[in-house]
Design a protein around this ligand. Structure first.
Ligand SMILES: N[C@@H](CCC(=O)N[C@@H](CS)C(=O)NCC(=O)O)C(=O)O
Length: 222
């Protein structure tokens, strides 16, 4: 769906991040879910270089924040589930399919994402420091072990439970986070990520996400 300045749904996103982070900021996940659900939205852009406190609705001054009428939400997983409740494109209506999709959504955020976060912290906060090598040395084999098990579970299916759900959305969004080459990625998971990124909804979300960034030399008030 096109972005719409009058849409009832508002997503808070960054007006600027360094080039290497573009495409990865977590409003991407929310935009992708909205695109899959066919819901239009508007964005509220915040330039953290000028407004480090960001949106005070988010306790840690982060994005995304989601607003819809009286509803204000943070945490991309909670927001994605909220959006998924609105559309069978993301959440099957039958009890088994629904429960499985929610399980994979949490699996992405609880079993894969925290390990990747450790690597992100090591990359950004630990550059040139010994502890960062220790973190990488411990986390990479453990995470790669999880990827092997996930790869076995995916097998030759296109999606984790046969059809695309919000669980796949969050798993693909999580798996595509580390820079390519950081982890040994089983072939079927690499193809799974590519399948997710090839979806028209992902491509529309990415285009809108990238289009919202200011050029490097500019900034805006929140
Ligand atoms: N658990 C939160 C994490 C949100 C998050 O890490 N947001 C990052 C962008 S991807 C952010 O706003 N970083 C700026 C900061 O922490 O100051 C979620 O999943 O929504």
């Amino acid at each position: 769906m096109p972005m719409d300045a009058n849409a009832p749904i508002e997503v808070t996103a960054m007006a600027w991040v360094p080039r290497g982070a573009r495409g990865q900021v977590r409003d991407m996940r929310v935009r992708w879910a909205l695109e899959e659900a066919g819901l239009s939205y508007r964005t509220r852009l915040i330039d953290k270089r000028e407004h480090p406190e960001c949106d005070t609705a988010q306790p840690w001054a982060q994005v995304p924040v989601y607003r819809e009428g009286d509803i204000t939400m943070f945490e991309c997983g909670a927001i994605a589930l909220h959006i998924a409740e609105k559309s069978e494109a993301l959440l099957p209506r039958d009890a088994v399919g629904r429960a499985t999709a929610i399980t994979w959504l949490f699996a992405a955020l609880n079993s894969i994402d925290p390990m990747q976060q450790c690597l992100t912290f090591a990359r950004f906060l630990g550059a040139g420091q010994d502890w960062a090598d220790g973190v990488r040395g411990a986390v990479i084999p453990a995470l790669e072990g999880r990827l092997v098990r996930l790869s076995q579970r995916l097998g030759d299916k296109d999606w984790l439970d046969g059809r695309f759900t919000v669980g796949d959305l969050m798993m693909v969004a999580t798996l595509r986070t580390p820079p390519k080459g950081t982890l040994a990625m089983p072939d079927n998971l690499a193809a799974y990520i590519e399948r997710g990124e090839a979806r028209p909804a992902f491509q529309a979300a990415l285009a809108a996400h990238l289009a919202d960034f200011l050029p490097d030399e500019e900034s805006v008030p929140a």
